[in-house]
Design a protein around this ligand. Structure first.
Ligand code: SAH
Length: 238
């Protein structure tokens, strides 16, 4: 059985559906703007390009339907497979600490939902991102493609190996926490480059590593954070 609708009714129905879609988009844009104002600017993030990218990135499309209503709230959210999308403020802070600019190439370890990569995309030249859970790599790739991001490559694999074929990188960001910064990743950082990572077990420090032009490493801690651990891959799985 199906409903018979007159042309007029059909048009009216289409109008309602369209209006609902427009309203829901507007609400989400509004949510992102409110999130930036109340959670991010208020905590001292100032880089205007970073703030703009956070306003423009549809966080609700990177989280599972069950938690979509919470997408713009001040917390990390589960995205399956034991992974979480980081709290918006932490994404903002790490992005600002990376001092992004248009000529830079970035390596991210821990693609998860793809949100951090999407936030970085308009701020840099290219983002390479590695995710150890193949299903997450696949879904992140799908949403990034659907939304039209052109300067992001997602690879399923073990971040402890980095991405040697594309190294060196101007910036490296880890969104899973290793007990110590893997030497391989420091080696894949270009002289003059910067790496930002949560480091440690249970409670971690958000650490900024700078590599000088002559290869010297300096390190400072910014704040305590809590990320999922960076797990070791198995040879068979990678
Ligand atoms: N940046 C993500 C948040 C990621 S949560 C976002 O914006 O949504 C951390 C992610 O790191 C998880 O998806 C986890 O599976 C992944 N991960 C853990 N160990 C890893 C490793 N050795 N290599 C690559 N990814 C890893």
């Amino acid at each position: 059985m199906y409903l018979k609708l007159s042309r007029g009714r059909c048009a009216a129905l289409a109008q309602i559906v369209l209006t609902a879609a427009v309203i829901s988009c507007a609400v989400n844009a509004n949510d992102a703007a409110t999130m930036v104002r109340e959670q991010i600017e208020s905590r001292g993030i100032k880089n205007p390009a970073v703030l703009q990218s956070l306003r423009n990135t549809p966080r609700h499309l990177f989280v599972p339907a069950q938690v979509r209503a919470l997408a713009y709230t001040d917390q990390p959210l589960p995205i399956g497979y034991g992974a979480t999308i980081s709290q918006p403020y932490i994404v903002a802070l790490m992005t600002q600490l990376l001092e992004p600019s248009k000529e830079l190439t970035v390596l991210e370890i821990g693609t998860g939902s793809g949100y951090q990569a999407a936030v970085l995309s308009p701020l840099v030249k290219y983002v390479y991102t590695i995710e150890i859970v193949p299903e997450l790599a696949r879904s992140a790739k799908a949403i990034l493609q659907k939304l039209g991001y052109k300067n992001i490559s997602v690879r399923a694999g073990d971040g402890y190996k980095g991405w040697p074929e594309k190294a060196p990188f101007d910036r490296i960001v880890l969104t899973a926490a290793p007990p110590e910064i893997p030497r391989v990743l420091i080696d894949q950082l270009r002289p003059g480059g910067r790496l930002v990572a949560p480091v440690g077990e249970n409670v971690q420090d958000l650490v900024v590593i700078d590599k000088s032009q002559d290869g010297k490493i300096s390190r400072r801690s910014v704040i305590p954070v809590r990320f999922v651990p960076m797990v070791k891959g198995t040879e068979a799985g990678n």
